[in-house]
Structure formats: C-alpha cells, structure tokens
Design a protein around this ligand. Structure first.
Ligand SMILES: NC(=O)c1ccc[n+]([C@@H]2O[C@H](COP(=O)([O-])OP(=O)(O)OC[C@H]3O[C@@H](n4cnc5c(N)ncnc54)[C@H](O)[C@@H]3O)[C@@H](O)[C@H]2O)c1
Length: 390
C-alpha cells in the first residue's frame, strides 16, 4: 500500500516509517520538526542523538535499499498537505503530527493555543485532503486513553450503549480529559466522528496509552536509526523517564500517592497495532475505535519494577513521592477493555524484567548525556507558570 505518515520524525513516527517500509509498502513521511525545535527551546533534548529525518531516510536506504520519501512541512498548512495527497494518493494516512505533551499544553496560554490550533487544524486538514484527493483513503488517528479519564465505571472500547427512559442508543464513550492536550484529542475524535457521519470517510481512532521502550527490529539495525528517546518532564513518558532517573541516580519522581493507574504498551506493539489497523481497514462511513494498551499498572507498580531491575543491575534506586504538579485522582477505579486489537492479531510484548533490562542497557550507553535539569521542572496544572519554561 501507499502510506503517508504525518509526524514521521517522532518517537512513534520514525519507527513506523521503517516498519512499513521493511514490509514492502511505499512510505512517505512528513514532519515540520516541531518537537525537535521545542525540545531545543526548552532545553530537553532526547537522550540518544538522532540525525534529522532526511538523513535517517538516507541511512535506512543505504542499509536496506528501500526508499522512504520525506517532505519537511507543516500539516496545518493545507496547500502543502493537499499537494502531498494529490502527488502520492495514499491508501492510508497515519496521523501522529500533533503536539503530544500534556505538560507542554499546560505551560501557558501561548502553548495552550498552539496545542489547540496545531492538533485540531492538522486533523481538519487531513479530513479535507482525503475528501479532495481520495475519499477512500483510510485515516488512522492516534488518540489517547487519557480521553476517557478515570471514570468509576468500566471503560469500553470507544462506545457505550445507553438505555434511557426505555429507549436505547449507542454513543461515544463519555470522556473527561485531565489536560488541555487530552482535551484536543477528544475534540479530534468528535470532529472525525462528525465527518465520518457526514462525508462517509473511514477512520480508525487508536486510544493509546503511554508507550515505553526504544527497540524495534528495524531501529536495532543501526545506532543512527533509533527513535527519539525523551526522559524529560515535557516529552518523556513515565517508564522511560524512570529508567533514566534510575541510571542517573535520581530518585524516581512518583507524583503524589502513585496510585494513578494507566494502560501501557511497548513501542514494538504500537508498530503492530498501527500495522494491523492499516492492513485490516474499516469500511467507508465507519469510525472504529480501539483501546491500544496491553496491560495496566499503577505508577507505584512501575516504580517498584524499575527499582527491582535497577537494583539487580547494581544501581541504588530510590523512590521520591513528590507533590503532584497535576490535577488528577491518585487512587481510583480503572478497568479498560482492550480486546479489539488482540482480535485483529496483536501479539503483545509485555513488560518483563528482560524487557526492562534491555531499556536500562541502552540508556547506560548514553549515561554521560543525561541532563539532570530536564528530569523534573514541576510544570503545574494550577494557574502558576514556571520560570524558564514559558
Ligand atoms: N508516545 C506516547 O506514549 C503516546 C501515547 C498516546 C498517544 N500518543 C500520540 O501519538 C502521536 C505521536 O506521538 P509521539 O510520542 O511520537 O510524539 P512526537 O512528538 O515524538 O512525534 C510527533 C511528531 O509530529 C510532528 N508534528 C507535530 N505537529 C506537526 C505539524 N503540524 N506538522 C507536521 N509535523 C508535526 C513533531 O515534530 C513530531 O516529530 C501523537 O499524536 C501523540 O499524541 C503518543
């Protein structure tokens, strides 16, 4: 298939480009380097050096003989995006090109406005480009489990049947985000559902949990093909951050009581989930929603795992329960359903000690590069703003 990957320079985007390319598909990757530039501006660059996207594609081609077409540009620029759609006529578009950080969206008004504008307009532009260039193109959109929040009822896979006063109907599962970033993901879902109903486009919306890991079969082929691995408070995900903290002898930053439970998945499983969704598309006029996680953990459970493996490897890992900068429940019910992707054929890579040891081993090689100042900045959900992050 011809596949267009928006946000191709990202943590998920670059490994996805290689994953599809390796399997014989024609891949086009787009990125505007927002994340690279924001990480420089906030002094929180990734741990491992990553060549720019054009260079990475060249290295990939040299190693495999397979070409990934790269265009540096902005998905919120409709003329640019439409030109790409018309030129390549993709069968599938994977939309990763968003501002992906909850803390970033909470820094100040400017970053909140950017997050809203960037995430919603990029999604709108894709819908319009699909309508104009190829109405059968399957949109695969990355949403987040954070759209649901932490309700006191089981979380279904996207939809909920409601019986009300003797009548029944099916609706999007109720959602209540805990950051502005997550709110934009809810708005994306609402917008996509509107256009699915109105124009009959086809969409798979993946409610993904926080991803961890650094390794995929393709990325492991050369040190210059690794994904960007963030461990800072702004762009890092929790497990990756804890491993770097352990290696840096920095007490693990557990927010508050640490009873916050979320669904997680390995980077390798993100590849599988997107691939399974792309190769088994939905029909026109359908919005399919999957909960893209493979297991659930509380923050305390993750910290305990990192302690156990880190101590076995000779580190002296400590846990620090710090004042929670976020506004969230620290003890709550959490029971999401996540069977749809398993039914499509997902074979999960669970968080074993060996898997965690592999992340430690990779991080250790770059131990001297760890910027301790980036680990915790204390970006607060309250009205205050941190100096140095504005
Ligand atoms: N990583 C996770 O744990 C996780 C979990 C749930 C959902 N997601 C979602 O998955 C997607 C990818 O996340 P990621 O972790 O790879 O983030 P990332 O920041 O590493 O990748 C996103 C990429 O999109 C690019 N981008 C942003 N806006 C753009 C625009 N307007 N035009 C072109 N490129 C643009 C950025 O430069 C970046 O390279 C995001 O939508 C994110 O919200 C990620």
């Amino acid at each position: 298939m011809r596949i267009l990957i928006l946000g191709a320079d990202g943590y998920l985007g670059w490994p996805t480009c290689m994953y599809f390319s390796q399997r014989g598909h024609d891949v086009v990757g787009i990125d505007n380097y927002f994340r690279r530039n924001a990480a420089i501006a906030l002094d929180c660059e990734p741990l491992l050096p990553t060549p720019n996207l054009i260079q990475r594609a060249k290295i990939w081609e040299k190693i495999t003989g397979k070409r990934i077409n790269i265009h540096v540009g902005d998905a919120t620029n409709y003329a640019f995006l439409l030109k790409i759609f018309k030129e390549y006529k993709p069968d599938t578009v994977v939309h990763y090109a968003e501002q992906p950080s909850a803390p970033y969206s909470m820094i100040n008004q400017e970053k909140a406005a950017f997050t809203l504008q960037n995430n919603l307009i990029s999604t709108l532009n894709i819908v319009y480009a699909v309508k104009e260039a190829n109405r059968d193109c399957h949109i695969i959109k990355l949403g987040t489990m954070g759209e649901y929040g932490t309700p006191n009822i089981d979380i279904e896979e996207g939809w909920l049947e409601i019986n009300h006063k003797g009548k029944k109907d099916k609706f999007l599962f109720p959602r209540q985000a805990s950051s502005l970033y997550h709110t934009t993901k809810i708005q994306d879902t609402d917008m996509l559902w509107f256009y699915v109903r109105t124009w009959g486009i086809r969409v798979t919306d993946l409610m993904q949990g926080p991803v961890y890991g650094i390794s995929t079969d393709e990325a492991d082929r050369d040190s210059q093909l690794v994904p960007n691995f963030h461990y800072d408070e702004v762009f890092g995900t929790v497990l990756n951050r804890f491993v770097v903290q352990a290696v840096a002898n920095y007490p693990l930053t557990v927010y508050g009581k640490g009873g916050q439970i979320r669904g997680y998945l390995n980077l390798k499983d993100t590849m599988q989930c997107v691939y399974l969704s792309a190769t088994q598309p939905v029909k026109n006029g359908e919005l399919r929603i999957f909960n893209q996680v493979t297991e659930t953990f509380s923050v305390n459970e993750l910290a305990d795992k990192v302690c156990a493996v880190g101590n076995k490897l000779g580190y002296n890992v400590n846990i620090n329960h710090i004042e929670n900068p976020r506004k969230e429940k620290e003890e709550h019910y959490y029971n999401p359903k996540y069977t749809g992707l398993l039914e499509l054929g997902l074979k999960p890579n669970y968080l074993t000690d060996d898997e965690l040891t592999g992340i430690f081993r990779k991080v250790e090689q770059y131990k001297d590069q760890i910027n301790r100042d980036a680990i915790f900045r204390g970006i607060k959900w309250s009205a205050e703003t941190l100096s140095g992050t504005a």
